[in-house]
Design a protein around this ligand. Structure first.
Ligand SMILES: [Zn+2]
Length: 278
């Protein structure tokens, strides 16, 4: 066998190790949270048929949790921007389902920030900001082959919820992106713990997010922790549930010390509270 073929075989086997399956064994997701920012969790008897290649889902991404040989749960994250009243999904010849999407009220928030450089940063920061934005998007889209079973989370700290997920925000009367995290206000220095085990995929200092940590929990579930005063973990660390990630701070674009906590599944931002309350 010549060296060229050996290299090709090596590359082929390396590619085979990448996560390609959307089917996951024994995972448990929230089941009653069917609104923009929540998930569809649809259980049915697949009769042992592999459905992931033939499942259609209104162009929404999904994972399939296999509880046993026959019973599967289809998990579909619903984007905050989703405006349709239902999601149609199914497998041709096997089943079709129409899942109603509940309406949910998301309030408006209007804040004033005096430091104009933080509201509309000078153009010299543009390159840094777009680079960090791209890193954040890429981190949120991580789908590793890490095994995720129960997604039930602890709160990462004790504090007061100062801004809920989904709030429609205005800064100095300018409309901004929806609030895709949960803000928990607490004293500077309050420890922030990992709500679920995982691997640190980013531990860095960003312009907007300040000191930030991103964790891959497996199977497309990623969380992040922004505005920390100090980070206690590094990129590549494996963290256990309850491990201290850092401390509440006010680094980045903030009006006071708090944690901005985000959860995403397959790159779609979801309300962290549905993972705590399940
Ligand atoms: Zn926030």
């Amino acid at each position: 066998m010549n060296k060229f073929i050996i290299v090709l075989l090596f590359l082929a086997s390396a590619c085979a190790n990448l996560p390609s399956s959307k089917t996951v064994a024994n995972c448990v997701f929230p089941s009653e949270e069917v609104f923009p920012g929540g998930v569809i969790n649809y259980e049915f008897d697949s009769n042992g048929i592999n459905i992931e290649d033939s499942l259609y889902s209104d162009n929404l991404d999904f994972i399939v949790c296999e509880s046993n040989k026959n019973i599967v749960n289809i998990i579909i994250p619903i984007p905050l921007s989703f405006e349709k009243k239902e999601v149609n999904f199914g497998v041709p010849g096997l089943f079709s389902a129409s899942f109603p999407i509940k309406e949910r009220y998301y309030r408006e928030s209007r804040i004033e920030i005096k430091n104009k450089d933080l509201v509309n940063p000078p153009s010299s920061f543009n390159e840094r900001i777009s680079k960090e934005y791209a890193l954040g998007i890429k981190a949120k889209q991580t789908v590793s082959d890490r095994k995720l079973r129960n997604t039930k989370m602890e709160m990462p700290l004790e504090g007061i919820i100062s801004s809920e997920f989904g709030v429609r925000r205005f800064i100095n009367n300018q409309p901004r992106n929806r609030h895709v995290g949960l803000d928990i206000a607490a004293d500077e220095g309050t420890p922030v713990i990992a709500p679920l085990k995982g691997e640190v995929i980013i531990s860095d200092e960003f312009f907007y997010k300040g000191n930030v940590v991103y964790i891959d929990h497996g199977n497309g579930l990623v969380s992040s922790y922004s505005h920390l005063s100090e980070r206690k973990v590094s990129t590549g660390d494996n963290v256990s549930k309850g491990q201290v990630l850092g401390y509440v701070g006010s680094t980045g674009r903030v009006t006071g010390p708090h944690l901005h906590w985000e959860i995403s599944l397959l790159g779609i931002s979801l309300d962290p509270e549905i993972f705590v309350n399940q």
